[in-house]
Design a protein around this ligand. Structure first.
Ligand code: C2O
Ligand code: CU
Length: 461
């Protein structure tokens, strides 16, 4: 059932009120406790069936973890699932040993066992955390949550700093999570696991309270396994101030729509001038409302707008940069006839049998050798090209990069990102300073793509 027919079948769902998200309380020693276990939630509102999910601290999404820029963050994590897992702190320029990639930066945390994550977050902004073992299965069952690194002093009044965790779910006809198709080859070799229903902070069609006359900061996080959301901030009077956690020097007006791909974040500011209901929509196909802002009167005068200061990131030195190709290949209708796996050529039939559908530079999945090794401090330019029939959301661990060019045209805003989208046949040129020692992943954040070939790694020494 596609989303449209699903919607028609049950047009009247009652709106839930989006409660302000409580941030996770710290233990006496200042650390956070995080536990993964099986849990339940209703993804399709009151009328829908209950879904069996995998959750952090029994909550959907996982509890909001908040810390200050530069502060030490300690999270005692316990795995109470039936299978190994790990926790990745997406977008944090973190110490390699704390990156949470099972099999690369740490062994997976076994059922019943614990691991203490201990890191410093150098950048203020909107980040998130999620499972990083069998991510294609663990993340779309519910294992993700927001990670907010606060500026040195609070810039938005109580109740005006709003986290919106956006998630796409594949529900069955009763409104419960459909689980039979997890890992389906049809999804992996096409656009990934796409759902038919969207939630915000785990709620179906929520109302999001806003205060008239007050400046708000909306922190949008796309935690979907594969769904690209097309958002139109101007339609609800908002401007863009940050992407993937990195703030601009001035707010930006967005004409039309802006893609928010899996794993990407978008921070918006807005000051509603009228009370009433304003829809929050995704514009793919025709506009689809999946939440409503409810603007209410508020007496206290708003704080003046202060754009959060930008983080200090190492500027790529293009004159001395090393340029490397990153060609995305494969998938259905991609025309790839063979690929390399562990130094051996595989033909189509062998690829299908091995569940490998995608490749970077002709090679599928993790190899013994990294895609490249960088000397610490070296500027790397990745010249990427999407030679497939599907869009991809490319994520680099441990670093932020500037997006310099698309289709050989210099961008007006070479924004910092940790995940970039490349649509079919597009070329995207990015640059970053490889300044963080260790072993880091580069992968597509369409998690089924990552699991079927679109994962590689690089080393900084
Ligand atoms: Cu958010 Cu390796 O990913
Ligand atoms: Cu992909």
């Amino acid at each position: 059932m596609d989303r449209r027919s699903f919607l028609k079948a049950s047009a009247a769902t009652c709106a839930a009120t989006l409660l302000p998200r409580l941030s996770l309380a710290r233990a006496d020693d200042g650390s956070f406790e995080l536990e993964a276990s099986k849990g339940k939630a209703r993804l399709y509102g009151e009328d829908g069936a209950t879904s069996d999910l995998w959750l952090y601290n029994g909550q959907l999404p996982g509890p909001e973890i908040r810390a200050r820029r530069g502060e030490r963050v300690r999270v005692r994590f316990t795995n109470n699932l039936d299978e190994p897992t790990s926790v990745h702190w997406h977008g944090i320029r973190i110490d390699n040993a704390m990156d949470g990639v099972a099999g690369l930066t740490q062994p997976a945390v076994q059922p019943g066992e614990s691991f203490e994550y201990d890191f410093v977050a150098p950048d203020a902004g909107t980040f998130w955390y999620h499972a990083h073992n069998m991510s294609w299965n663990q993340v779309p069952r519910g294992l993700s949550g927001p990670l907010i690194i606060e500026d040195d002093k609070p810039l938005f009044a109580e109740g005006t700093d709003v986290t919106m965790v956006l998630n796409d779910w594949r529900l069955d006809e009763n409104g419960a999570l459909e689980t039979a198709s997890f890992g389906a080859r049809m999804d992996f070799s096409h656009a990934g696991r796409l759902g038919n229903w969207l939630t915000i902070n785990g709620q179906s069609m929520p109302d999001i309270p806003l205060k008239k006359g007050h400046w708000h900061r909306l922190r949008l996080i796309n935690t979907s396994a594969s769904r690209i959301l097309d958002l139109a901030p101007a339609r609800f009077g908002a401007q863009l101030i940050a992407l993937d956690g990195q703030t601009f020097s001035a707010p930006r007006e967005i004409d039309g729509t802006l893609q928010l791909s899996p794993a990407q974040r978008m921070d918006l500011i807005l000051r509603p001038q009228q009370t009433g209901t304003v829809p929050f929509e995704t514009m793919t196909g025709k506009p689809f409302t999946f939440a409503n802002f409810q603007v209410v009167d508020a007496e206290v005068p708003s704080l003046p707008l202060v754009v959060p200061p930008a983080n200090a990131l190492p500027e790529p030195d293009l004159a001395s940069a090393r340029t490397l190709p990153l060609v995305m290949e494969g998938g259905a209708m991609g025309g790839m006839r063979s690929l390399m796996k562990d130094g051996k050529e595989m033909d189509m039939r062998q690829m299908m049998e091995a569940g490998l559908f995608w490749a970077f530079n002709g090679v599928a999945g993790m190899e013994e050798k990294p895609l490249f090794s960088a000397k610490r401090g070296e500027t790397i330019v990745l010249d990427s090209r999407n030679d497939t029939a599907f869009a991809h959301a490319m994520h680099i661990h441990g670093h932020h990069f500037r997006v310099l060019e698309r289709n050989n045209k210099k961008l007006e805003h070479p924004d910092w990102r940790d995940t970039f989208t490349a649509v079919p046949r597009e070329t995207v040129k990015i640059a970053f300073v490889a300044d963080n020692p260790g072993k880091w992943l580069i992968h597509c954040h369409m998690l089924g793509h990552a699991a079927s070939g679109m994962t590689t790694w690089f080393e900084v020494s």
